[in-house]
Design a protein around this ligand. Structure first.
Ligand code: ATP
Length: 234
C-alpha cells in the first residue's frame, strides 16, 4: 500500500532522516519505535506531506506522493493523527469531527461518516456538544482518531497516541488502535511505548537517529538484542 525508498528529510542544515526504506501492506498494523528525537514524528510528517522529502520516493497505491501537493495527499487515503492530538480545544467534539471531513468527498458523506464514528466511539456521541479542550486526555485521543476517520481513509498515521497519558488510559488508547485495526484500516503507528505498541502491531521498525536499525515481526523485534538492550532495560 505504502512504500518508502531511500527517503531523506530534515530541517534547514539538520538532517533528521537518512536513506529510509520501509513499506506498509494493506491491512497491516506497522509500528515505528525509537527514542526521543529518533525522527518518528518527522517520518509521519514526510508521509503526509507536511514536510517535503529531500531524497527518495514515497508511493501510496501507485501514486507518487512526492509529486502530489500536500493538500491532495489526504485524497490518496492517508489520514494523520498528529502528536499531542491537536484538537481545536474551544470547538465542540462535533465541530472537531467536522474539521476532519474537509475534502469534497468527505463533506458529501458527512452525516454518514459522523454516524459511523459515533457508532464506533459512542462516548463521542454522548459528548458531542462538549468543548474538546475540556475532555480527558484519553477522550481527546479518541476524538483525534475519530476526526482522522472522518476523511474515510485507508491508512491511518498515529503519532505517539499514548503520549502524556496515565497508564490506565494508555491501555484504553491501545484498545482504540485495536478497534480501528479490526475495522479494516491499515495503521502506521509511531510510539515510545515499545511493549504495548508491539502487542498491537504485526511488524515494526526500530528507528535510531534517523536510520532504521532493525526491522521484523513484532515478536522478532521484541526478542532482538537492540530492543532488549535499549528499551526493555536489560
Ligand atoms: P519525539 O518522540 O521527541 O517527538 P521523534 O522521534 O518524533 O521524537 P522528531 O520529532 O521527528 O523525533 O525529531 C527528529 C529530529 O529532528 C530531532 O533531533 C529534532 O530536534 C529535529 N527537529 C524536529 N522538528 C524540527 C524543526 N521544526 N526544526 C529543526 N529541527 C527539528
Amino acid at each position: 500500500m505504502l512504500e518508502l525508498e531511500g527517503v531523506g528529510a530534515g530541517y534547514g542544515q539538520f538532517q533528521a532522516l537518512f536513506d529510509l526504506s520501509m513499506r506498509v501492506e494493506a491491512g497491516e498494523a506497522v509500528a515505528v519505535i525509537g527514542a526521543n528525537g529518533a525522527g518518528k514524528t518527522t517520518l509521519l510528517r514526510v508521509i503526509s506531506g507536511m514536510l517535503p522529502a529531500r531524497a527518495g520516493t514515497i508511493v501510496m497505491e501507485g501514486v507518487d506522493l512526492k509529486a502530489t501537493p500536500p493538500h491532495r495527499i489526504i485524497e490518496t487515503g492517508i489520514a494523520h493523527v498528529p502528536e499531542s492530538r491537536r484538537l481545536f480545544p474551544r470547538l465542540t467534539v462535533e465541530d472537531n469531527l467536522r474539521m476532519g471531513a474537509f475534502t469534497k468527498a468527505a463533506r458529501d458523506r458527512f452525516r454518514e461518516r459522523l454516524d459511523y464514528v459515533y457508532e464506533l466511539f459512542p462516548r463521542l456521541r454522548e459528548r458531542r456538544q462538549q468543548l474538546a479542550g475540556t475532555m480527558s486526555g484519553g477522550e481527546q485521543q479518541m476524538c483525534a482518531i475519530a476526526r482522522a476517520l472522518m476523511s474515510g481513509p485507508k491508512l491511518v498515521l498515529l503519532d505517539e497516541p499514548s503520549m502524556g497519558l496515565a497508564p490506565v488510559i494508555v491501555r484504553q488508547v491501545f484498545d482504540l488502535v485495536r478497534r480501528i485495526r479490526a475495522e479494516g484500516y491499515t495503521v502506521l503507528i509511531v510510539e515510545q511505548n515499545v511493549r504495548q505498541v508491539l502487542a498491537v502491531a504485526d511488524r515494526a521498525y526500530l528507528l535510531e537517529v534517523g536510520r532504521i536499525e532493525a526491522q521484523g515481526t513484532s515478536a522478532e523485534l521484541l526478542a532482538s538484542d537492540e530492543v532488549q538492550r535499549s528499551y526493555m532495560g536489560l
